[in-house]
Design a binder for this molecule. Structure first.
Ligand code: ATP
Ligand code: MG
Length: 414
């Protein structure tokens, strides 16, 4: 029989990896909390139309990357490729328009059928925040600042740079769109098939193409910044000024576009050069049209998502495994007492390993493998005297303790 393998592009999070993963989530949750973002979770699968309608039917995600299934009842469902559409759906389904602004933090798995490589998986995990109901630049500033603060709290802000651009308002977009179509039409022969298809429906998307031929054409394309309305330009200037005022450094990148249809105004990415081709660790932007497009009450929104795998790759290993106290009974009577002692100590907050079987030597070896801080040896004679021997593995020292007052005597090992 061949060995069972995980599905391509998926990974097990064994305890060492899981701790790094959780460190990112907990740091992000705590930091986002200080900005007023509360954790929420939406289902891992949704009706396919939740994504198909919102992400736009020309996006890579919808055309190539979604895991879509038909259920036994004949419904089409999709494993969420991202969480903004789910949050917007939840906002509409729960009728939350009276509760604005809403500030959500989330963390969880996302699924995209793309070519697995370093920093790119088919099941990956994101943290993210969404701010609904704020149309002012202060919203953009806060959301971006929270992202920077999380990178800072993870100790990796210096490995990233914040790239910033504006996609303008509807009027700017319409004007720019016409100019772009003109330009790309002159270079049709050099564009990929995908991009030629997008030319009609969503020329802006071509700017986001990763195809090398497309990239060459894109390099000479007219800039959005030259086609902004005054209102859109002022809006962006306020966002930039606010970020500068609070010391969040950024680089303007007029070529930065977001891959999804619903973005407008501010678009941003925290990128790094430390991860090769997969340079974006956090990406987001403003999506004022999204909720109305889904059939909800027109509601502005802005948010970002960050890839947890990429964030853990940048962070130094954190949060070492807890070091237990190992209880090592010698003999049957001691074993029975050890079971109770272990339970008492755990209830008092200690991390305790109680070997299941084996002689002294074997149990001590296991305690070593578990990186125990100390072993509590309980032999027959000691048990009769109401004592135990504590061996500290770091100092090598040994001491006698009273079994009755053990919980307090071990305080240094909690
Ligand atoms: P990329 O350009 O790398 O494909 P994207 O524009 O598709 O990224 P978003 O949809 O904005 O990414 O997702 C936000 C973040 O989620 C990314 O910046 C990245 O850190 C992470 N991410 C996206 N797709 C994957 C993936 N397949 N595997 C691991 N992380 C991912
Ligand atoms: Mg992608």
């Amino acid at each position: 029989m061949s060995k069972l393998q995980p599905i391509r592009g998926t990974h097990d999070l064994l305890p060492d990896a899981m701790r790094q993963h959780r460190h990112v989530v907990e740091t992000a949750r705590a930091t986002a909390g200080r900005y007023g973002y509360q954790e929420a979770a939406t289902p891992i699968f949704e009706a396919t139309e939740v994504f198909a309608r919102t992400l736009g039917d020309t996006s890579d995600i919808v055309t190539k990357e979604m895991y879509t299934f038909e259920t036994k009842g004949g419904d089409r469902i999709t494993l969420r490729p991202e969480n903004t559409a789910g949050v917007a759906r939840a906002f509409i389904s729960n009728g939350l328009q009276q509760n604005l602004p809403l500030k959500y933090f989330y963390a969880g798995p996302m699924f995209r059928h793309e070519r697995p490589q370093k920093g790119r998986q088919r099941q990956f995990h994101q943290i993210g925040i969404e701010l609904l109901g704020v149309a002012e630049p202060l919203g953009d500033i806060e959301v971006i600042a929270a992202g920077a603060a999380i990178l800072d709290a993870l100790g990796i802000r210096h490995l990233t740079k914040l790239e910033l651009n504006t996609l303008g308002d509807t009027e700017s977009r319409d004007g720019y769109r016409a100019v772009l179509v003109d330009y790309f039409t002159q270079h049709l022969d050099k564009l990929s098939e995908d991009s030629c298809e997008r030319l009609d429906r969503n020329p802006l998307r071509i700017l986001d193409s990763k195809n090398p031929g497309d990239r060459e054409v894109v390099a000479g394309a007219p800039l959005f910044s030259d086609h902004l309305t005054d209102a859109a330009r002022d809006y962006f200037a306020e966002v930039c000024a606010g970020l500068s005022a609070i010391g969040v450094d950024y680089d303007l990148n007029p070529r930065l576009v977001r891959g999804l249809d619903y973005y407008c105004h501010t678009a941003f990415e925290f990128t790094t050069e430390a991860l090769g081709a997969q340079g974006a660790v956090i990406a987001g932007g403003r999506y004022d049209g999204l909720i109305a497009q889904m059939g909800g009450p027109p509601t502005p929104g802005i948010g970002w998502a960050g890839g947890i795998e990429r964030l853990t790759m940048l962070s130094n290993p954190h949060a070492p495994a807890p070091r237990p106290v190992a209880i090592v009974p010698i003999g049957e009577a001691a074993q029975a007492r050890a079971l109770m002692l272990a339970e008492d100590l755990r209830r008092a907050g200690y991390t305790v390993e109680l070997g299941y079987s084996g002689n002294l030597k074997k149990r001590m070896r296991r305690a070593d493998q578990q990186n125990a801080r100390a072993a509590l040896l309980i032999g027959e004679d000691e048990l009769a005297a109401g004592k135990a021997t504590l061996r500290d593995f770091d100092s090598g020292e040994q001491s006698d303790l009273d079994l009755d007052t053990l919980v307090d005597a071990l305080a240094a090992y909690r």
